[in-house]
Design a protein around this ligand. Structure first.
Ligand code: ATP
Length: 269
């Protein structure tokens, strides 16, 4: 189904437990942020202002969107999600009007999370940001982020692979209060993600017994790579009329995933 950028999206029921490989410190900060957001009145008594904006940055497929969805679910908020490129328009003023209508729609359905993926396409440094139209759109985003009490009950979450490209005015506290790095998972993180993506799947004994070896040998894999690994293995087992994932399905899936990552890396060059 195609969604307009000003329509709240339904979300599957996910929680922070569905996001693997988060470092303990980051988990702690996110939980603290959530408790402030969930109890704004109590936080106000303690003189704590709820954060308005969060930036998630890191390589593709590390779970930034998943994390934004989990935060939204934990907040029991409506999810307005779009990509920075949805605001890039040839005609001056169109991108800015889209930014305005996105915030207006979210303000009508509080509590709400506004999630913008690939935010660098919208909030890149002014000089590099697509001339007059790009400049107007970014200025409108800054105006909307500065919305004062109109933005109570709204959390803005932005994600990017290119934090270095973002305009400094956008990153100012009050607009973006916290930046969280979401890196590629280490061995422990990959093991957590493997557990999440094998939950409920039937695995042959030799696959099950070698999951820790898999975690060690998949250095450089993102959460999305691990998810696609088990999807591919499951599909192959199904194709062969099997009701469990066998070692040969895993070997096939690993080859396919490595091939996919290599061709992506080549395309990115
Ligand atoms: P991009 O930068 O390309 O937008 P992203 O960081 O937002 O990527 P997601 O879209 O959240 O990555 O990840 C895609 C899918 O990969 C998720 O829906 C999930 O199935 C899986 N995945 C990615 N990271 C994790 C993780 N940390 N834990 C569990 N699953 C993950």
């Amino acid at each position: 189904m195609k969604h307009s950028i000003s329509t709240a999206r339904p979300l599957p029921s996910i929680t922070l437990h569905d996001v693997g490989g988060l470092q303990d410190e980051m988990k702690e900060e996110i939980l603290q942020t959530l408790s402030i957001l969930k109890e704004p009145d109590r936080s106000a008594i303690l003189g704590i202002k709820p954060p308005k904006g969060i930036l998630l940055y890191g390589p593709p497929g590390t779970g930034k969107t998943l994390l934004a969805q989990a935060i939204t679910k934990e907040m029991e908020a409506n999810f307005f999600s779009t990509s920075g490129s949805a605001f890039n328009e040839m005609f001056v003023g169109v991108g800015a009007a889209r930014v305005r209508s996105l915030f207006q729609a979210a303000r009508k359905q509080k509590p709400a999370v506004i999630f913008i993926d690939e935010v660098d396409a919208l909030a890149g440094r002014r000089k590099q940001n697509g001339g007059e139209e790009g400049e107007k759109t970014l200025t409108e985003l800054l105006v909307q982020l500065d919305g004062g009490h109109d933005n109570d009950g709204i959390l803005f979450i932005a994600a990017t692979n290119r934090k270095d490209m973002l305009d400094e005015a956008f990153l100012r506290p009050g607009r973006i209060d916290f930046s969280f790095q979401v890196p590629l998972p280490d061995t422990k993180g990959r093991m957590e993600i493997i557990s999440i993506h094998t939950n409920g799947k039937q695995l042959a004994a030799d696959v099950l017994n070698s999951l820790d070896v898999l975690a060690e040998s998949t250095s450089g894999f993102s959460g999305a790579d691990i998810s696609s690994l088990f999807e591919t293995a499951s599909r192959r087992a199904l194709r062969d009329g099997q009701d469990m994932i066998r070692k040969e399905d895993m070997d096939y899936a690993i080859d396919r995933t490595i091939l996919g990552s290599t061709s992506r890396a080549l395309n990115d060059q």
